[in-house]
Design a protein around this ligand. Structure first.
Ligand code: 1CP
Length: 336
């Protein structure tokens, strides 16, 4: 069993570090591949390259876990929605049609994502046994944000659209749940051993609707995983104090803190769960002294409970890879 899975399932303490977006734009070796592969979706569907990119940060830093190079938007892609990535504006999806969900079936969906599963197979063979291969999905709500274009350019919720489509949300979320469970199952069968569920836009949901659109859909997926002995890490970013309500309702094996949460508050209020991450990725743009001071705050806060060292969101493209190395060495050599 990989170290990360052991920590998550047995709730044991053991040093373990990986970073969200560890395979990505801050690495020159990734940018080299990306330059020659302008179509991002095609790149995600190139099993050999996807595996190579997944392993880049492992080779560079010997991290404890690899996360498969893919994207949460591969789910709407596999459901037939057209997606393009523009450098300035990020992902653009064409208009979503609710009928597309019913027109798809699990076989068709799985077939479209087969290259992702192949990439997992290739990667698992090359990865040391103790290292985890993490797969992931976007939580139903966060996928809705992109599929229906519910977020404005300033990253606020588009309330007009929200109210216009709201009556359809439950039906879409339920349909998505089925496809997402299939996607998890396929990734695990291919050799992944932990799943991270990214609800990156949970913080945009109006308070009175959080239960319906965040807690309940996440719980359905975590329950499915638990019944199949799949270890889960949830990331309900932006929930503030509702992280506690989320944790008690959803009961994942692990929970990734965002950078807004105070680590001490998290330690006192998030129980029966392995805590992961929290450190603001923006800190890595600062001096070594500042980086180490803030990192120490996290390491100290969680020193006597199981903790997986990670960030409060993905590594930023402008991060210096040497700072990442410095931080990893500091964490690994930290003794108290
Ligand atoms: O080179 C490029 O322009 C592509 C940049 C890029 C990369 C490297 C995108 C576009 N996706 C990815 C890979 C990716 N995405 C991974 C791979 C593995 C790793 O972490 O190392 C993962 C786990 C994701 C997950 C993802 N995609 C999330 C959830 C995590 C988060 O950051 O909140 C989200 C919201 C996306 C959507 C997405 N994909 C890409 C972009 C630029 C975005 C975000 C757009 C936005 O801010 O709305």
């Amino acid at each position: 069993m990989s170290n990360l899975k052991k920590i998550l399932t047995n709730k044991i303490s053991c040093k373990s570090v990986w970073f969200m977006r560890q395979a990505g734009r801050y690495l020159p070796e990734f940018r080299e591949i990306r330059k020659k592969n302008k179509d991002f979706i095609k790149l995600c569907l190139n099993s050999n390259l996807s595996s190579e990119i997944t392993l880049q940060p492992i080779k560079r830093y010997n991290l404890d876990s690899a996360i498969i190079f893919s994207d949460i938007l591969m789910t709407p892609y596999a459901l037939g929605q057209n997606i393009t990535f523009t450098k300035k504006e990020g992902p653009k999806l064409n208009e979503f049609r609710i009928e597309s969900l019913n027109k798809n079936n699990k076989e068709k969906f799985s077939k479209k994502l087969n290259p992702v599963y192949k990439a997992i197979e290739i990667t698992r063979k090359k990865l040391e046994k103790e290292k985890s291969l993490i797969c992931f999905i976007g939580a139903p709500w966060t996928l809705l944000i992109y599929m229906l274009g519910l977020k404005k350019h300033n990253n606020r919720l588009d309330l007009n659209k929200y109210n216009k489509y709201k009556t359809q949300f439950n039906e879409i979320l339920l349909e998505l749940n089925g496809y997402l469970c299939t996607h998890i199952e396929n990734q695990i069968n291919a050799g992944a051993d932990v799943v991270q569920i990214f609800d990156s836009w949970a913080g945009l949901i109006p308070e009175k609707d959080i239960k319906d659109f965040c807690y309940v859909p996440n719980k359905k997926i975590v329950d499915f995983c638990r019944s199949n002995k799949i270890a889960t890490i949830c990331f309900p970013k932006g929930l503030k104090k509702n992280y506690e309500v989320f944790n008690n309702f959803v009961r994942p094996d692990g929970i990734n803190l965002d950078a807004e949460l105070d680590p001490q508050w998290a330690k006192n209020n998030l129980k029966n769960v392995v805590i992961q991450g929290g450190l603001d990725p923006k800190i890595l743009l600062q001096t070594d002294e500042v980086i180490l001071e803030v990192a120490t705050k996290y390491i100290k806060a969680f020193k006597d409970i199981p903790y997986v060292f990670n960030l409060g969101h993905g590594l930023l493209p402008e991060t210096d890879p040497d700072k990442v190395k410095m931080l990893i060495n500091f964490y690994r050599n930290y003794n108290e």
